[in-house]
Design a binder for this molecule. Sequence first.
Ligand SMILES: [Zn+2]
Length: 320
Amino acid sequence: MRDLARLVKRKAKYGVECFREFMQPIKLPARRERIRINFNFHVEDIADTETYIAFREFVKGLADAAQAKPLLCVTTPHCPQTRCQMKQNHLCEEEYEERVKELARYSEIGYHGHFFSKKKGKLDGAVAEWIGDMLYSMAWADGLNPMGSSNFERAVVENQMREEIAWLKGIGIEPFAYVAGWWFMNEDVALLLEQNGIKIDFSVRQRHPDTFGGRYLQNGSLPPHGEPFILPPTKGVIEVRSVFYPVEHPRRSKEFFRDTVVHSPDSPLYVVFPSHEGEAIHFSRELMDNALATRRMKGIFEWQDLSTQLSEISSSLGLA
Ligand SMILES: [Zn+2]
């Protein structure tokens, strides 16, 4: 009986400690130069009408709340997966074009590359254990397989990238930004981006490999916390890191940002929140709350269009 009383007392004490910790406000120090921030959406499902409408409404609200245009990196009808989705949704090219143009009214538009191969690829390391064969057993475009480092074909990427960028230019959009499908990037893709006029990329994450488990740049070779750099081996494609999907309560996001906020407070830092249409629909409240919370932290964050980020960083790196 005495043991039970002791156990109850210990549990109660633990509960109080947890509660106290939970109630502590998380205070982040102000910075002399703020962290430039915005959203970068990987847009790959707007051939679906319901998704498109919900996403469009979210983007309108977000641009208004953040007082900055989010960056939407889109796939085009020259992506095999998008072509497949258009077929399934009975959507013609002109209708897809209208959707991209409509989204461009509230956002800036970049390019999102998803490449496919007839050959099945391999998954590396921990990802292979975690995701198993799922990635390759899913129904992708017309029986094609997602392209990563193990089934990479430069010519496929080169042709598709040229066609997709030409398609965007053909509808009056000059895509200056890129983010990789499945976070897959390598030297060849980086150089092709440069050849195709892409100026800024968001495909490198600090701690995470690509979806196939591969890593193009090792963590040790990356500058710390939000410092932009030139994507090797290019001479002028700027890399800005994608941080975390903002799908949790802003309090948790504050914890995630702690190390970045205290890093080099006299220099501007640059980050983007990555996201997809799916999160914008299923986690719309969390995404919006994170946008509003970072907007309220005026001594720390500055919401900025990505084209403005690009010109600021270009001048600071001597590229402009
Ligand atoms: Zn994608």
